[in-house]
Write a protein that binds this ligand. Structure first.
Ligand code: 2P0
Length: 336
């Protein structure tokens, strides 16, 4: 075994087009549904893990600020999995830098735990396959399993630790995959921290929402439709089913007790603007996660024009609007 040292990893955020929402197993983070995502170029986390010689506790900073409490416990729990596997006891120093607005529904936990898994595994001397890294990242945060891979990725729900992992979607990669024809216009309506964590909101949805099981029942068909649309490079079909799946997910949590509603007035204004953009000829379909921001799936060649159109349309009513045009991004990159 290599002497434990340090490694740095970069992982990009991903946005689910067909969502993960609800767990079958909380300890292992096995989801109720498989999910499908696009990894993004602009939004990423770079994390360095250094195992220390002296005994002590893990020390973690995120964007220069010390991480404490529950977020630190989740990081230590993932490091413990790596230490156990590598036969290590050493505490780690973890330094993480985010280009993603943290906890604003822009999937910072996905890029964060994927980068942590990659850096910790490499720093410990473990040589893990992409599938093993996906399973490891999943233990930190479910959606992180998908950020190990670039472009379009599918996370198979599986039935146990070994069978629940993500992998790339075959999208005709020879001569340019379909992922490269896609773009997401992120409408940042509020970059503030959310009040209900996605973990808590999905638990409430599973345990209390009468709309949850019907959403799950329709989910496999929606995923199959999305995969078929990708195989046929049919953006309109992919967009329609992605928007329907996201609206269904938000319906499950609104019907929970207590109700969770991440969407604000600005979110609804953005949804109307997306529908109007579509009516005026743009390819444009919305998806929303555990926050108020709206991400608009479109084609790479229309993304800049759509972004300008949406900005002009929304700025009068949403003066705080910030927009990010993103395209398909790469998978995990590790340097020792
Ligand atoms: C997704 N989200 O598929 C869904 C859609 C948010 C809405 O995965 O509890 O931070 O750590 O496994 O991965 C956000 O949940 O939750 C998420 P945990 P995670 O992208």
């Amino acid at each position: 075994m290599r002497r434990p040292g340090a490694a740095t990893a970069t992982a990009h955020a991903n946005i689910a087009l067909i969502k993960y929402w609800g767990k079958a197993d909380h300890a292992l983070i096995l989801p109720r549904t498989s999910s499908l995502s696009l990894t993004l170029d602009e939004l990423y986390t770079t994390t360095t893990v250094r195992f220390l010689d002296a005994p002590g506790d893990d020390r973690v900073t995120l964007d220069g600020e010390p991480v404490t409490g529950r977020p630190l416990q989740r990081i230590t729990a993932l490091l413990d999995l790596v230490r156990e596997r590598a036969g290590l006891r050493a505490p780690a120093e973890v330094t993480s830098l985010n280009t993603v607005p943290t906890a604003a529904g822009l999937a910072s936990s996905a890029s964060g735990f994927a980068a942590l898994a990659g850096a910790a595994a490499a720093a410990s001397g473990l040589d893990l396959s992409p599938r093993e890294l996906s399973r490891l990242a999943r233990r930190g945060s479910g959606s992180a399993s998908r950020s190990i891979f670039g472009g379009l990725a599918i996370w198979h729900a599986g039935t146990d630790d070994a069978s629940s992992y993500a992998e790339p979607v075959h999208d005709g990669a020879e001569g340019g995959g379909f992922a490269d024809e896609l773009a997401l216009v992120v409408l940042v309506l509020d970059a503030g921290r959310k009040t209900v964590s996605s973990r808590e909101a999905m638990r409430l949805s599973v345990e209390t929402s009468p709309a949850y099981e019907p959403w799950v029942a329709g989910h496999a068909g929606q995923l199959a439709e999305a995969l078929d649309a990708i195989a046929h490079r049919d953006l309109a079909r992919l967009g329609e089913v992605a928007e329907a799946n996201a609206l269904g997910m938000h319906a499950t949590m609104r019907a929970a007790t207590p109700s969770v509603d991440y969407l604000t007035e600005a979110s609804h204004a953005a949804l109307r603007a997306v529908a109007d953009a579509r009516a005026s000829g743009f390819p444009a379909w919305a998806t929303m996660d555990a926050g108020p921001n709206v991400k608009v799936l479109t084609s790479a060649d229309r993304a800049d024009a759509l972004e300008r159109w949406l900005r002009q349309r929304l700025e009068p009513s949403v003066p705080q609007l910030r927009t990010i045009v993103t395209h398909a991004g790469p998978g995990l990159q590790v340097t020792r």
